[in-house]
Design a protein around this ligand. Structure first.
Ligand code: ADP
Ligand code: AMP
Length: 219
């Protein structure tokens, strides 16, 4: 299945994408993770993306689309994928359609994880990420068993620079201006399902699975 998870920064896309990726056995592709990986390796892509990421702005479409196009050409996407953090603009959404159409494919489902801005700020402030496996934790809502250590792989947890309060707000503004229009874009195409992302993680997971199962039985 080819699925897009749509939602503001902190809505729970990464958390749910990881769970859904295990459920469906298809890769979880997060453009934010791909950029952070490039940044950590100090590649030309990472150096180009850094300034935008630090400011909480979007990396330009041409760069982002080229990166996703390449990732989607890898053989592990044959059986499908879960995209997290892409598309984030209408131009990216159109490019995704094109890339898939070139291979005779289409998206099966877009899930909008709906969370109010005031809740997003609490989520981002308490977020910790594993530097090795990108596992996502929260000091209150999903704490690791040992402070600052990943339950899954034992890696160190860190807080993202762009989760600072000034950048959080900017990222939410950018989301509302540039990404939120995709909700209508996908609704018009009959692909959108909305899930209330303010419920606990397991409940959101179950609703996502039901949405996926409904599409699977239809296919
Ligand atoms: P996104 O990928 O959309 O930016 P994340 O999956 O990284 O969001 O989640 C943001 C933060 O909120 C993380 O610290 C995560 O542990 C926490 N979180 C995710 N889903 C929920 C939820 N349903 N309830 C409470 N906290 C959540
Ligand atoms: P995320 O991990 O999804 O919160 O993304 C972190 C940062 O990476 C964003 O604030 C952007 O600077 C950049 N980024 C990730 N995905 C995209 C995208 N689809 N388009 C443009 N920039 C992106």
């Amino acid at each position: 299945m080819r699925i897009v998870l749509l939602g503001a920064p902190g809505a729970g896309k990464g958390t749910q994408a990881e769970l859904l990726s295990e459920y469906l056995q298809v890769p979880h592709i997060a453009t934010g993770d791909l950029f952070r990986e490039a940044l950590a390796k100090d590649t030309p892509l990472g150096r180009e993306a850094r300034a935008y990421m630090d400011r909480g702005e979007l990396v330009p479409d041409a760069i982002t689309i080229a990166m996703v196009r390449e990732r989607l050409s890898a053989p592990d996407t044959e059986r499908g994928f879960i995209l997290d953090g892409f598309p984030r603009t209408v131009e990216q959404a159109r490019a995704l359609d094109e890339v898939l159409a070139e291979r005779g494919r289409k998206l099966d489902l877009v899930v909008f994880i709906d969370v109010r801005p005031e809740v997003l700020l609490q989520r981002l402030s308490g977020r910790w990420i594993c530097q090795d496996c990108q596992g996502v934790y929260h000091t209150l809502y999903n704490p690791p068993e040992r402070p600052e250590i990943c339950d899954a792989c034992g890696g160190r947890l860190y807080q993202r620079i762009d989760d600072r309060p000034e950048t959080q707000r900017r990222r939410i503004e950018v989301y509302l201006a540039q990404t939120a229009p995709l909700i209508e874009f996908y609704r018009e195409r009959g692909l959108l399902v909305t899930v209330n992302g303010e419920q606990e993680i397991a409940r959101v997971r179950d609703e996502l699975r039901s949405a996926v199962d409904r599409v699977r039985t239809r296919a």
